[in-house]
Design a protein around this ligand. Sequence first.
Ligand SMILES: [Zn+2]
Length: 337
Amino acid sequence: MFFFSPHKDIVGHALACADEPVQARHSILTDGTEVTLLDCGVIRIEPNTASQLSLVISCGVHGNETAPIEIVSQLVSDLLSGEVSSAVRVLFILANPWAMAEDRRFVDLNMNRLFCGQWQYEDLSLKEVKRAARLEAYVANFFAEEPVTVEQRLHYDCHTAIRASARERFAVYPFVPGRVLPEHQQALLTRADIETVMLQQEPANTFSSFTSVKQDAQSFTLELGKVMPFGANDLSRFSGIDLLLRALISDEELPNTPAGGMEQFVVHHTLEKSSENWTFHVPDDAPNFSECTPGSLIAEDGGVQYLVGAEPEYIVFPNPRVKVGERAGLMLRKLSK
Ligand SMILES: [Zn+2]
């Protein structure tokens, strides 16, 4: 494809050019769509029709989470070749090309803890810190430049998990005081075969928190399946998100109410590694959303225990190997419908 020449696609270009100063490239497709490469792995699509949606699609915040990167790269190629035509504004982001190149989650710092301005308090000489700052600026500009026709801002930050999950796919909805998850957004998620959502109860420094809190977008961190190396993904397991993104981009009619039920979970308790004596009673290979029965002992430190309360709780992101003072997992409760 000429746009990324001599590289095959946006991934090839991003992997090869992560350390080069990128000259902004601009092109107009035959249908009048404007395409601008803003930076390595950052491309903006502006249709020449009145767009009602500003859509940010990001992936590769964790470099080894390759399936969403492959899906996004193919989608960008299809847009550039004219196979797919965009009716809405889209900003595609391959967030961490250095970690992608090394097939690692991150190089120096977990990028998904650097947003909402957190990067300002980190070592500004680190690539991932500089990149988080630039990504915030690209997204802010993308929204600031939207035409008056735009009615909705939407951001999907696409991930895969290291750990197995009792629920293969789930969304995380960032905390914004007083906000509830709209039915329409649930309908879109179920279109992507995502039937589980975790509602955060406190502010975070994730990419999706940044777009929710600072940019007034409906945004989600999507956990779409398992981590695999480039080329080893069974992309058929990711067809739901691919269909949803293509439907949104083509402005296809999408349902307003979820077809199936969506199960919502809230964070009930944050497990923190309180000292070196802290012990964790959940098996190392426990999948995300494992159900813990009432009264189960989850963690203890000296005389302090965390026991599951009167109703079942579900553990996500368990990781006893964090540093003292850091989060070692979340205990969720299911919201009754
Ligand atoms: Zn991730």
